[in-house]
Design a protein around this ligand. Structure first.
Ligand code: SF4
Ligand code: SF4
Length: 324
C-alpha cells in the first residue's frame, strides 16, 4: 500500500482507551506538535534512533560504522550517566538515520523506533487477545501520532478489523479535512476525539496549529450520530483553569449530537525517558504529574452540563462499575 505508515508500538491490555480491554496500535506521524506530548516518538513520520543512556556501557562499538561522524566518542560511564547531564551519544543534526549504529550495539542501548507492518500482520497481533475483548467488550484502538494523517491505511485497517469482528476505536486529534475524517471514522465504532483548548491562539502556541478546524470537525461529526468520547488532556499552565473547562463544557453540551462521555486525562511525566532517548529537551521535564483528585472540580463542570465525565478514562473500570 502506498504511503504505508510506520508503527511505533502495539500495546496490549489497555483499559483507558475505549471500552474494555484493548490493544492500541500507534501509527507514526502527526501534524501537531503538542509541547506536552506523551508519545514524542510518534510525531515524525520517519524512523528515529533511541539512545538509552542507562544501557550504554560506552564501549564505542557504534562509532566506527557511523558514516556521518554523528556519534560522540566514549566518555567515562559515570560521567555519561550523571543525573541532569546533557550528554548525548548521538549528534542529532548530523545523523541521517541510516541505523548502522543500531546493528553494531550489543547492549540494546540503541534502537530503531518505527517499523512497517502490513494490515494482516497488525491484526494477527491484535487478535491474540480476542478472548479478553470478548469478555470485556474491548477491541482495537487505532492511535498515534495521528491516524487520519494516513487516511488510506487507517481506513483499510479499521475496515479489515471490522470484517474480523473486532470492536474498533479511532483516537484522533481531529486536525484534518472533513472529507478525510468522514472516511476514516466510517469503520470506527467509537471515536475518541481530543479537545485541547477553546482559545485558538493558546491552542496554536502549544500545539502548533489553530483549533478552528478541530472544533468544526467535532461539530460536524457529532451531527452524524457517531459515538464520540471526548478526551481532554489537562496540562498544567495550558488548560488547567476553570475558565477553560467551563468554555469546553458549554461547547460540548451545545453540539448538535450527543457526546457519550468526556475523559479528563491528567498530565503525567512517564514519557520523560522517551524524550531523553530521542535527545529532545522536554519543556515539561520539571513538571510534576497532576493528581487525578485535582480534576474532581473540573469534572463536575462537565457533569453539570449533562456530560458523563471520568478522570483518567478508565473505560473498563467504568463499565464494570455500571455492571456491564
Ligand atoms: S543512524 Fe547512522 S548516521 Fe545516525 S548515528 Fe547511527 S550510524 Fe550515525
Ligand atoms: S555500541 Fe551501544 S553500548 Fe557501545 S557505546 Fe554505542 S550505544 Fe553505547
Amino acid at each position: 500500500m502506498e504511503n504505508q505508515p510506520l508503527i511505533t508500538e502495539i500495546q496490549r491490555f489497555s483499559v483507558n482507551d475505549g471500552p474494555g480491554i484493548r490493544t492500541l496500535v500507534f501509527l507514526k506521524g502527526c501534524p501537531m506538535r503538542c509541547s506536552w506530548c506523551h508519545n514524542p516518538e510518534t510525531q515524525k513520520t520517519y524512523p528515529e534512533v533511541y539512545w538509552k543512556k542507562r544501557l550504554c556501557v560506552q564501549c564505542g562499538a557504534c562509532l566506527e560504522p557511523c558514516p556521518r561522524d554523528a556519534i560522540n566518542p566514549p566518555i567515562p560511564i559515570k560521567l555519561a550517566q550523571e543525573e541532569g547531564s546533557s550528554y548525548q551519544k548521538i549528534i542529532r543534526d548530523r545523523c541521517d538515520r541510516c541505523m548502522k549504529c543500531v546493528n553494531a550495539c550489543r547492549y540494546d542501548a540503541l534502537a530503531v523506533v518505527g517499523k512497517r507492518m502490513s494490515i494482516d500482520e497488525i491484526l494477527t497481533e491484535v487478535e491474540k487477545d480476542r478472548p479478553f475483548y470478548d469478555n470485556s467488550g474491548g477491541g482495537l484502538t487505532l492511535s498515534g501520532g495521528e491516524p487520519t494523517m494516513h487516511a488510506e491505511f487507517s481506513t483499510a485497517l479499521l475496515a479489515a478489523a471490522k470484517e474480523r469482528g473486532l470492536h474498533t476505536c479511532l483516537d484522533t486529534n481531529g486536525f484534518c479535512s472533513w472529507e478525510t475524517l468522514e472516511k476514516v471514522v466510517k469503520h470506527a465504532d467509537i471515536v475518541l476525539f481530543d479537545l485541547k483548548h477553546m482559545d485558538s491562539a493558546a491552542h496554536e502556541q502549544e500545539t502548533g496549529v489553530k483549533n478552528d478546524r478541530i472544533l468544526k470537525n467535532l461539530w460536524r461529526l457529532s451531527k452524524t450520530g457517531a459515538e464520540i468520547w471526548v478526551r481532554i488532556p489537562v496540562v498544567p499552565g495550558f488548560n488547567d483553569t476553570l475558565e477553560f473547562h467551563e468554555a469546553a463544557a458549554r461547547f460540548l453540551a451545545g453540539l448538535p449530537g450527543k457526546i457519550s462521555r468526556v475523559d479528563l486525562l491528567p498530565f503525567h511525566n512517564w514519557c520523560q525517558d522517551k524524550y531523553g532517548w530521542l535527545g529532545i529537551d522536554w519543556k515539561f521535564k520539571e513538571t510534576e504529574a497532576l493528581e487525578p483528585a485535582l480534576l474532581e472540580i473540573p469534572a463536575e463542570v462537565y457533569r453539570k452540563e449533562g456530560l458523563p465525565t471520568t478522570i483518567g478514562g478508565s473505560g473498563f473500570e467504568a463499565a464494570e462499575a455500571m455492571g456491564a
